[in-house]
Ligand binder design. Sequence first.
Ligand code: CA
Ligand code: CA
Length: 185
Amino acid sequence: MIKNSVRALCALSLALAPLLTASPAHAVTACTVNGVPSAGPDVTGTAGGDFIACSMLDAGHTVNALGGNDTIVLTGDISGTVGGGAGSDMVRLATTGTLNTAGVINGDVGGDAFDLRGTVLGLVQGNEADDFITVGVVGAGGTVNGGAGTDFLQVGVNGGAVDGGADFDVCQAGSGNPPVCEIVF
Ligand SMILES: [Ca+2]
Ligand SMILES: [Ca+2]
């Protein structure tokens, strides 16, 4: 009787295995907030300094780090909206990451630092205060805007639009379209 039950359980797990291991039909948000997994659609930090990492962010999903000086690390396909919230935030896009057409990165309030080594096809906004933004590749249709404040923007290859926004900004583009800034070198 026990043997039969074990056999039945084995057969059941064999039948379920393909379902459990099947690849998802579409991208699925995969983030952690201070080490705790979150699948969205709203990935939310705390009022203090948070460490948020995402290997995937679906279109329509959001990351909001809220207040505090937060660190956000993006390593894959980012199609949602990432906000640093108040505070001086650090946002990194690894070389393996892409900010897709629908994707947005916002520094929000506070002087923010963006180290975006991957490809930007979407929208990057420093927003208020003095922001420091470096981007590896801005693809066609991609936009980087420093917003208000004295910003420093550095882009390796600019196939899109790079603009310091309001106030006195300093920009550098290795090649491609010239940035729109008070000082370009
Ligand atoms: Ca926070
Ligand atoms: Ca901020």
